[in-house]
Design a protein around this ligand. Structure first.
Ligand code: NAD
Length: 242
């Protein structure tokens, strides 16, 4: 058995008992053709999300920020969940009561693949929140009819996404940290592990005794916490772990 195969087999064995946490980043959606922020075809390279994904940018030019999100929503709308998303759905179904899925993604592809009760650290691109009255509602219109979209109260709607410099939703963060502390095996999938505080979950899990598995074609700063590193695309590796 080759080195990669034996690591895959060891992870498969470890997944048979104990509490499992799957922690995903933009990389799991790369094979669905949703661009990542930092991979080879990352969003950062073609546009400047670091300038757009802030409350300040939105206040100064909501239309410009919305034009970018409208483009991204169109792209995500056309995307389909890939075998990586489906493998996690199956992992959840096979391990009732001992599997938690925590995602940094806002694309909703885990839910579209059938995953339940997903912990969403960075919000949801299909949920809009009024910057005046705070009301939230789902909106799946692609493309948006009017930019920026307006609330019934007349306020400007924004995507209910956690932008740079904003707090994570506290209930989701507590669920994620509780899950990481209680994990026996922690799969960090398709994340550059650079965006904090979310990236800190890998360390929390490792320090609480979990076996950390990194699934990523490229090295990440979280590799130092890993018991196993499975190099490659999530859509190929995750189905092999079932
Ligand atoms: P990131 O863009 O910083 O890193 C992506 C990682 O995925 C890289 O380490 C890359 O090597 C890896 N990767 C690329 N292709 C892969 C594949 N096929 N299989 C496995 N891994 C692969 O993403 P991040 O760590 O999630 O952090 C950035 C922030 O980006 C998050 O807050 C997230 O909300 C946001 N984001 C989300 C989406 C989405 O919802 N799909 C897309 C872009 C950015």
């Amino acid at each position: 058995m080759g080195k990669v195969e034996s690591a895959t087999e060891a992870v498969r064995r470890s997944l048979r008992t104990g509490k499992i946490v799957a922690f995903t980043g933009a990389g799991i959606s790369a094979e669905s053709h949703v661009p990542t922020f930092r991979g080879a075809d990352g969003l950062w390279r073609n546009s400047s999300p670091e300038k757009l994904c802030t409350a300040q940018a939105f206040t100064s030019n909501p239309r410009l920020v919305w034009e970018w999100y409208d483009w991204l929503r169109g792209l995500i709308h056309a995307a389909q969940p890939n075998p990586g998303h489906f493998a996690l759905t199956e992992m959840q179904q096979r391990n009732p009561g001992r599997f938690t899925l925590v995602t940094q993604n806002m694309d909703g592809l885990h839910e579209r693949a059938g995953s339940q009760d997903v912990v969403k650290l960075h919000g949801d691109i299909w949920l809009l929140r009024c910057t005046t009255c705070g009301r939230e509602g789902r909106n799946e219109q692609v493309p948006m009819e009017h930019l920026p979209p307006l609330c019934r109260c007349g306020g400007t709607l924004r995507p209910a996404i956690v932008w740079f410099g904003e707090m994570l939703p506290q209930d989701q963060w507590e669920r994620a940290t509780d899950a990481a502390r209680g994990a026996d095996i922690f799969l960090a999938i398709g994340t550059s592990a650079l965006v904090h505080p979310a990236a800190g979950l890998v360390r929390v899990a490792q320090q609480s005794g979990a076996q950390v598995v990194i699934i990523n074609p490229d090295p990440t700063p979280a590799d130092e916490f890993a018991k196993w590193i499975l190099r490659g695309p999530a859509g190929e590796i995750l189905p092999r772990l079932l």
